[in-house]
Design a protein around this ligand. Structure first.
Ligand code: ZN
Ligand code: ZN
Ligand code: FE
Length: 737
């Protein structure tokens, strides 16, 4: 007989870990106890050495699906306690709060079966859930994670649910949000005239009728309200666009199942796995055929599968696909409260399918591509937040404030870094307010008190203003991090790289250390610092910021600089010649914008990065060749003028020219990379920045660089766009202190 204590660190609370261990321990014929600790759980076991060893060996491979085991620490030889059976001890009241909170999880197979089983007491109940599924992050008001501190606090359990809750053999053992039709929340429906209909079945039927007859319905989901409508009728989608003031941004779709998705999109095995993962992100899939332009103007459709019981019932077996877009007006945060929905979506939605379970925390749908078999996140939010990212030698109590247009922050606690959910554009006042509230919420949830702050170098970012104000008020050290350096380190931390790397950091805009706008950068560095090795020839932006919308201004400048005849425009001419309000930008995004305008693909952008997205969508897939280019200067700059001249004379069609334009950038990058590697001896290359949302580039650049003996890495846990920047800022702050 021996005693074995096992400390398990990781995400092992609120995921059904203790009852799972109960079964495992008994299966091995062992006795002992289990209790929660501040960083996980502690098992104390007794039995024969062989049985204990077998248990320990299995442990890393056997865990409930939501658990993430970071570290297992066994300690042999404790005093024999003579345990009888296996006991789950109450959590010790500890000074340090438990670190980890589960994200929201899609409906599990068991719950789905019950939902559709007429003999089950939860048959067709839109809020059923269990230890393996359901809302978490979005219903938590405070920690510890116990029912009274969640939105479920106002729904006392009925005796049947209570019995399940206390039964260790039951799937709903200690499932905080568990409920049933007797004790839980219910649906109601409100029509455009404000008439309210109670009852799950009644409300569902009204909503389904409206959707089937071309109406727009607001539907309350996990982390906010969606606007839903049929996706087969272009007129309905157009009406939704008009009412929502969303001119051209693609709509996301929800498909009833994989087959319904396959009818309109190509779905690989990896993409199917991602669509069906418990995170249920929106996955950008290639359209099967051109068309469906009323949903998306580019070659991709954002598709997700139903993730709540309510969604399953909504689709029934006769609705295949619905537009499901976040309910918000242009750049405001997603609507998440009932009164707010009724008030602000009046005139947009024809009806409202709502319920009385409150959302505590906004959390938009996550958005990603599937690259190399896994997520390539563009927006990391529902299903992922607030899972931390593990880093090495991390310091506690750091705050990184991110950028501005795609805001996101990070907070640290030891080796865990907690990236926020999707926040949005801080220039919108309500978004800024939500940003500040979410920082406070994360600090409370994870018991973090910032002791140092990082932010961008840009003085005008509202996140910088927040950081400066707070650092001053609280007397904390502040580190301002160069934008592209932060992108580079973000990608390193995402992958887990420590040694210096070469980074291609391509995006629209970021303030450089020389006070000019950067964005087509080849950097060498790590969290301790960087060198700007290469870039692109700066582009004069005629009229400054206006040129990010009116793309023909960039096209004009590119042609002018390349010595080509330009369309008659005396104003532009004078501005360009005299450098009047023509700030220089080496942003790769601007070069894409200019090319999109030159090729007549897009001249008036309605959202950031649209030029690049459409250029990518327009590009021919076959080997189209490339244009000539030159490299110039000590700082190895890509001179695009020969390319612009060749492009102007090229008789090829638009799709081939778009491909050749991008191929030229690939060739240029390969030259910069080789030179950077030659100089530094470094062979690892990271790709980051918003321009790498362009799949044409992301899928081709690695092969080009590998052909030159380099190892290439890209993001897989945080976004390559500015949403992911806070992670890099935090790691740089971590080193700077
Ligand atoms: Zn379940
Ligand atoms: Zn109940
Ligand atoms: Fe950026």
């Amino acid at each position: 007989m021996e005693h074995l204590r096992i400390d398990i660190h990781g995400i092992v609370q609120g995921v059904g870990f203790r009852p799972f261990m109960h079964r495992q321990v008994r299966a091995h014929g062992l006795c002992g106890t289990i209790r929660n600790s501040s960083s996980g759980v502690v098992l104390e076991l007794e039995g024969e050495r062989r049985a204990l060893e077998a248990f320990l060996e299995e442990l890393p491979h056997k865990a409930p699906k939501l658990a993430v085991i970071d570290r297992i620490e066994p300690a042999w030889g404790g005093a024999i306690q003579g345990y009888a059976g296996f006991t789950i001890l109450p959590s010790l009241v500890e000074r340090e709060r438990n670190t980890l909170i589960s994200p929201d999880v899609c409906i599990c197979e068991d719950c789905r079966r019950e939902l559709l089983d007429p003999t089950d007491r939860r048959y067709r109940y839109p809020f059923l859930n269990c230890t393996n599924c359901g809302p978490r992050f979005t219903i938590i008001r405070d920690v510890p994670y116990d029912r009274p501190l969640t939105s479920m606090g106002r729904f006392p359990m009925c005796p049947d649910c209570e019995r399940e809750y206390h039964d260790i053999e039951n799937r709903r053992y200690h499932a905080q949000p568990d409920c049933c039709p007797v004790c839980g929340p219910h649906l109601f429906f409100v029509d455009a005239e404000g008439r309210r209909t109670e009852g799950d079945e009644e409300a569902l039927a009204l909503a389904r009728d409206m959707l089937k007859t071309g109406k727009i319905v607001a539907i309350k989901g996990l982390g906010g309200v969606h606007l839903a409508c049929s996706c087969d009728d272009p007129a309905v989608a157009r009406r939704l666009r008009q009412r929502k003031q969303r001119d051209e941004k693609p709509f996301a779709l929800m498909c009833r199942d994989l087959d319904c998705a396959r009818q309109i999109c190509e779905v690989s095995a990896d993409e199917a796995r991602l669509l069906e993962s418990y995170q249920r992100p929106i996955v950008l899939l290639k359209k099967r055929a051109p068309g469906l332009a009323h949903l998306s103007e580019n070659g991709y459709l954002g598709v997700m599968l139903p993730y709540t019981p309510l969604h399953v019932l909504l689709f029934g077996d006769d609705i295949d696909r619905l537009v499901m877009t976040s309910a918000n007006l242009s750049d405001t945060p997603i609507v998440y409260k009932n009164e707010e929905a009724l008030e602000r979506l009046a005139g947009i939605a024809d009806g409202f399918l709502l319920h009385d379970r409150e959302i505590q925390t906004r959390c938009d749908d996550s958005l990603c591509f599937c690259v190399d078999g896994r997520e390539y996140p563009l927006r990391r939010s529902r299903g992922y937040a607030p899972y931390p990212i593990r880093v090495e030698r991390g310091r506690s109590n750091l705050l990184a404030c991110g950028a501005e247009q795609k805001a996101g922050f990070c907070l640290s606690k030891g080796d865990y870094v907690f990236p926020s959910q999707h926040i949005g554009d801080l220039k919108n006042y309500e978004t800024l307010e939500n940003y500040e509230q979410q920082i406070a919420h994360f600090e409370r949830l994870f018991d973090i008190r910032p002791e140092a702050i990082a932010c961008d170098l840009h003085p005008d970012y509202l996140s910088t203003a927040y950081a400066k104000e707070r650092a001053e008020r609280e007397g904390l050290p502040l580190v301002q991090v160069q934008h592209h350096h932060a992108h580079l380190v973000s990608c390193m931390a995402d992958i887990g790289l420590k040694d210096p790397v070469i980074g291609f950091i391509w995006d629209g805009t970021g303030l450089g250390t020389d006070n000019t706008i950067w964005g087509g950068e080849c950097l060498i560095g790590d969290a301790n610092g960087f060198e700007r090795f290469g870039s692109i020839r700066p582009i004069p932006l005629i009229g400054g910021d206006l040129a990010t919308k009116e793309l023909d201004r960039v096209a004009y400048a590119l042609r002018g600089e390349a010595g080509l005849e330009t369309a008659e425009n005396p104003l532009f001419e004078t501005m360009l010649k005299n450098g009047l309000n023509c700030p220089l930008s080496s942003g790769m995004g601007r070069l894409f914008d200019g090319a999109a305008a030159l090729l007549g693909i897009k001249t008036l952008a309605s959202y950031e990065g649209q030029g690049a997205v459409l250029l990518g969508a327009a590009a021919a897939e076959d080997e189209a060749g490339e244009y000539p280019f030159e490299m110039e200067g000590e700082l190895l700059r890509f001179d695009w003028r020969p390319m612009i001249r060749a492009m102007a004379e090229d008789p090829a069609d638009t799709s081939r020219k778009a491909a050749k334009f991008m191929n030229t950038l690939l060739a240029m990058a390969a030259e910069q990379a080789e030179a950077a590697s030659h100089k530094s001896g470094i062979r690892d290359v990271v790709l980051s920045g918003g321009s790498f949302q362009n799949m044409y580039m992301l899928q081709r650049l690695p092969a080009r660089l590998r052909a030159r003996g380099l190892q290439v890495y890209h993001h897989s846990r945080v976004s390559c766009n500015d949403e992911g920047i806070a992670l890099g800022q935090l790691m740089i702050l971590n080193e700077a202190l």
